[in-house]
Design a protein around this ligand. Structure first.
Ligand code: GLC
Length: 704
């Protein structure tokens, strides 16, 4: 390959950005390696033909964002994470790959495995939440789902993103500065990427963020030292969209030539959307500024992935004889995934499930019949026409048996127009139950959608208050791409379901849950703050020297500072979250009994078996996500009060008991010490097993 051809392989054209005609010429002369967002299968195959007819005939790889489904849309990742079911994530990724592959997509830019503790950040919607253990399991499962096995016709390359630390963006602002001490980077933000590498992810994408002064797209510590060095990653690294050239704005690079030099040396193999590599790498090599070995390694990685995907053997994708898009199998999977993502936050007086004898129902709110909104962010290929809304599902289910009144009440969920609220109030007053659908629109979360306030947008809170004032029991269904501050509106409702944005089959899944066909089993993958002033609030916090007291006395007026009140609390709000990580109710009633660890004294390298008695003392069957947390009592550095180390979905019939078994390898107790060494330290560990991150102490373990 000539230097120009090598630099060409390291270049991705973003269709519709710049000249597509120039891109066709680049493909025909072997000066292009990839295309993002090809407009159609036909165009994809046309451009591919140009590349195959070039001097070396190297096929292009075609990429597109298939984040939580292609035509069939599954729950947003934050919702899917609430299922605590990696196998489900693998199945949805597999279905998405089947639908994407048939239209010529070879490569998706997913899973996004940025851990984040900041609901202000719009991309929390694309994340699996605040915990590295859960994010690792879900991310690795999606890699397996997308990539399938060698030879699969429907496999597509996955891409773990955004490497790394993007979720720590300052004050939740998008594309922003991240300052992450290396121990925290290694223990909180990197593990999910490592899990994806261990699952065989073919590509990684750099983040937009400036990490400790070096933007991720020019960060050799991340790409060379950790990813390609310590982890021996054999795939290729793609930049984010123009993230390389943005290093000029960051103030790290002088000009495009400097960008090409810094990114190539740092380990970015493929440039997305911009052309600094094509323009400058050949000259930089000839000038001895960038060794040709850097290009050879990058091109080798890109060719290896193209080869593993079979693009050299089958460079064209054929129109499928029978499309699998929104096929019955995928819609059924979408319904199942949506069911398992919903989190029951409140159920006063067991109002849910709704009684079969129900005769009148008010279906209210701007999100009861909003197909586009229920698909969530990153769903631009979604088949909106296939989306079944809660209103449509309830009408289909209830038919003429139940008097169903529908009032949207607001033009949309951000509107300030209150003129429609009275009609909703009147409908509620005439009904036995009011189902009230509120939340965020799909485009108020996702990329570049940071919010400084976390309340329900617009005047939805007023709608909730006025409907609740009728005295008709309210079931509040909140559809959003992030945790919202919902304490006040939850207080107005008898029952609350957090529905995230659960995709094409959001409606039928909710109807299944509302009427008890399925008991809700979702658990929160992220802590819910009482107020945005608490952010970041998360369960795996440190204990501090003055841990907050439980029932803290109010600060009396007119008195001088009183030392007894000095602890790590606020004076104006509870220090605990509104709803904690791992929390979610069921229609069943789960009680935990004895917890046992075997052996109670363990040596490094061994595995501890953790057993917990679980009983369903309720009258209906249900699924509990049993969670295992560990606390390292004393370390060479302070350690979090808890860390999730395992979880398991357990289905129990009414009255059934089970001894749940979880495994805890001592390797899972490792952390990065003050000398930046990953180590497991001898000492005492506390074991907690329960249905959320407040699980009581169950047993003690000693590592000798
Ligand atoms: C965007 C996103 C990234 C996405 C890429 C291609 O800016 O940051 O997640 O995969 O560009 O669309």
């Amino acid at each position: 390959m000539t230097l120009a051809e090598k630099a060409g392989q390291m270049t991705q054209h973003s269709w519709g950005f710049g000249s597509d005609e120039v891109a066709r010429k680049e493909a025909a002369t072997g000066m292009l390696g990839s295309v993002l967002n090809a407009p159609s299968l036909e165009e994809r195959n046309r451009v591919q033909k140009l590349a195959l007819e070039s001097r070396l005939g190297v096929p292009l790889i075609f990429g597109r964002d298939v984040i939580h489904g292609y035509k069939t849309i599954f729950p947003i990742s934050l919702g899917l994470a609430a299922s605590f079911e990696p196998q489900l994530a693998e199945r949805t990724a597999r279905a998405a790959a089947r639908e994407a592959a048939e239209v010529g997509i070879d490569w998706t830019f997913a899973p996004m495995v940025d851990v984040t503790r900041d609901p202000r950040w719009g991309r929390v919607a694309e994340s699996f939440g605040e915990d590295p253990c859960l994010t690792s399991a879900m991310g690795a499962a999606m890699v397996r789902g997308f990539q399938g096995s060698p030879g699969d016709a429907e496999r597509i390359a996955a891409c773990a993103k955004h490497f790394a630390g993007y979720g720590a963006t300052e004050s939740g602002k998008e594309y922003n500065t991240t300052w992450i001490p290396e121990p925290l980077l290694r223990d909180l933000y990197l593990p999910p990427f490592r899990a994806c590498v261990e699952a065989g992810v073919m590509t990684m994408m750099t983040g937009f963020n400036d990490l400790n002064g070096i933007p991720a797209s020019g960060n050799a510590f991340l790409l060379r030292k950790i990813l390609k060095g310590e982890w021996d990653f054999s795939g290729f690294v793609v930049s984010d969209w123009a993230s390389m050239a943005e290093m000029i704005k960051h103030g790290l690079c002088e000009d495009d030539a400097d960008v090409a030099k810094v990114s190539a040396k740092a380990g970015v193999d493929l440039e997305m959307a911009t052309r600094t590599y094509a323009k400058h790498l050949p000259q930089l090599v000839e000038a001895g500024v960038v060794p040709v070995a850097v290009l050879d390694d990058a091109v080798r990685r890109i060719l290896r992935v193209k080869h593993e995907l079979g693009l050299f053997d089958e460079p064209y994708r054929k129109t499928a004889a029978t499309s699998v898009a929104v096929c019955a199998e995928h819609l059924a999977l979408a319904r199942e995934a949506a069911q398992r993502s919903v989190v029951l936050l409140k159920n006063e007086g067991a109002l849910l499930p709704l009684r079969k004898e129900l005769r009148s129902l008010a279906v209210l709110g701007p999100l009861a019949d909003a197909p586009l909104e229920q698909l969530g962010s990153w769903s631009y290929d979604g088949a909106v026409e296939a989306a079944v809304t809660p209103l449509a599902a309830l009408r289909a289910r209830l038919g003429a048996d139940v008097k169903l009144e529908y009032v949207a009440a607001l033009p949309d969920c951000r509107s300030g127009d209150a003129s429609g609220i009275q009609a909703a109030v009147d409908a509620a007053a005439r009904s036995e139950i009011a189902l009230l659908f509120v939340g965020e629109p799909a485009n108020l979360s996702g990329e570049c959608r940071s919010r400084a306030f976390l309340e329900l947008p617009g005047i939805q809170a007023e709608l909730v208050m006025r409907v609740a004032a009728t005295g008709t029991p309210v079931v509040l269904i909140i559809m959003a791409g992030r945790p919202l501050t919902i304490g006040a509106v939850c207080a107005q409702a008898r029952a609350v379901l957090y529905n995230w944005q659960t995709g094409t089959m959001a409606g039928p899944a909710l109807a299944d849950i509302l009427f008890g066909d399925v008991a809700p089993s979702g658990k929160l993958p992220i802590s819910f703050p009482r107020t945005v002033g608490q952010v970041p609030v998360y369960y795996a916090h440190k204990n501090t020297g003055r841990p907050p007291k439980q029932d803290r006395p109010q600060i009396p007026t007119g008195t001088p500072l009183d030392p007894v009140d000095f602890d790590a609390s606020y004076v104006d709000v509870e220090v605990t979250p509104e709803f904690p990580f791992g929390f979610g109710l069921s229609y069943a009633k789960f009680e935990y009994g004895r917890v046992q660890v075997t052996p109670a004294r363990v040596r490094q390298g061994e595995t501890v078996r953790v057993q917990a008695e679980l009983r369903n003392t309720g009258a209906t069957a249900g699924v509990e996500v049993v969670q295992l947390y560990v606390r390292d009592r004393v370390g060479s550095v302070t350690r979090p009060v808890r860390e999730l180390k395992g979880f398991q979905r357990v289905a129990l019939a009414a009255g059934q008991s089970k001894t749940v078994q979880l495994e805890l390898p001592t390797a899972a107790l490792a952390f990065t010490d003050a000398d930046l060494q990953e180590r497991v330290e001898p000492g005492k560990f506390e074991i907690f097993v329960g249905g959320d991150s407040r699980a009581p102490l169950g047993a003690e373990l000693e590592l000798v």
